[in-house]
Design a protein around this ligand. Structure first.
Ligand code: UT7
Length: 322
């Protein structure tokens, strides 16, 4: 049976690192509050002239280098983002051009913070169906562009960045010992539209700002993330004991810990980057994968579970062997 193996990974973070103290100057907030309620210590913000496609292209080049491939070795390129440079064309076609990929196809996926998991599941489907042999999946965001800087309940939480993963078709024997993507689980429920959304877009002729009922999202997050992770693990035929690494969406250390507990996973087996990146939405999982590999944690053969939830609500999980 065909499997989508991981060939390479890379990431990019804008130069400008913003510590929590930055927000103490303009808002009634504190470094202590931000750390204790979210685990975030700093985040990166894109420069004025840096767009989502620029961040994504940097990450894409890093992943190509890691895989020892050229842009034209790719058949397809997917960018998961809710903050594309323009309404259209897709950020993915902009990245395709910027990295010098002259064939194949490129498109965006929009599932907010769950975007990378949705894109990874779709890339896997393209490979398993024989539609593409090598697919780059990028999560890239510039959430700093949709922050209301007067809203302390949201603006201290988010950051900018990009991560990229390259998948390649390979043969497997259909067991959980195979390398590559083993199982995916995707979900959404539009009844929760109003607890996490942007109050602008094409219909308002504005870009808008992110609005969130943090407590409500938090409540859904722990329950739904553990459930989707278990569904994906069941469908891969693995249990928590088999898992080497959980690589969760990095929104809040309390959500990460609560979900790990529900999954019976010790925190030593969870890759955590939220303290350095904040919540980078669709970029957070590929950023954590890339950092995890660079730190020598993720090794070939390791069993990995990724899980994410975001606006929609949309949530899901992917089980893969590195
Ligand atoms: O990635 C997409 C998914 N998003 C998430 O997963 C985010 C989920 N939600 C969360 O991470 C948490 O709910 C937050 C970090 C957003 C907030 O933590 P919380 O423990 O749920 O706090 P809260 O919203 O209940 O607020 C507690 C208090 C409130 O004051 P009162 O009403 O008790 O007087 C807030 O006004 O903290 C206040 N507060 C702040 N205080 C200082 C809210 N933001 C801040 C702030 N600094 N930045």
């Amino acid at each position: 049976m065909k499997r989508a193996h991981i060939k390479g990974v890379g990431h990019y973070l804008p130069e400008n690192v913003v510590p929590n103290a930055h927000f103490e100057k303009t808002l009634e907030t504190s470094n202590d509050w931000i750390i204790s309620r979210s685990g975030i210590e700093r985040r990166h913000f894109a420069a004025e002239d840096e767009t989502t496609s620029h961040l994504a292209s940097h990450a894409a080049r890093a992943a190509l280098k890691d895989a020892g491939l050229e842009a034209n070795d790719l058949d397809a390129l997917i960018v998961a983002t809710s903050t594309p440079d323009l309404t259209f064309p897709s950020a993915a076609t902009m990245v395709q051009h910027q990295i010098g990929m002259t064939g194949g196809f490129a498109f965006d996926i929009q599932a907010v913070c769950a975007g990378f998991v949705f894109a990874l599941a779709n890339a896997n489907a393209l490979i398993v169906s024989g539609t593409a042999k090598r697919v780059m999946v990028i999560g890239a965001e510039t959430f700093s562009r949709i922050m209301d800087w007067t809203d302390r309940g949201t603006c201290v939480l988010f950051g900018d960045g990009a991560g990229a993963l390259i998948l390649e078709a390979a043969d497997g024997d259909g067991t959980a010992q195979d390398r590559g993507v083993l199982a995916t689980d995707l979900n959404s429920d539009g009844t929760y539209r109003d607890i996490l959304y942007v109050d602008g877009g094409v219909s308002t002729k504005t870009t808008g700002y992110l609005r969130m009922e943090g407590k409500e999202v938090f409540r859904h997050a722990i329950e739904k993330l553990a459930a989707t992770a278990h569904t994906a693990m069941d469908s891969a035929g693995v249990t928590s004991e088999d898992v080497d690494w959980v690589v969760p969406h990095q929104a809040n250390i309390r959500i990460i810990k609560g979900t790990a507990k529900k999954m019976n996973m010790p925190m030593e087996n969870v890759i955590v980057t939220v303290q350095d990146h904040g919540n980078t939405s669709a970029a957070s999982i590929p950023l954590a994968l890339s950092v995890g590999k660079a730190e020598g944690k993720l090794k070939q053969g390791d069993l990995v579970v990724t899980e994410a939830i975001g606006g929609g609500l949309a949530w899901g999980a992917v089980v893969l062997r590195w």
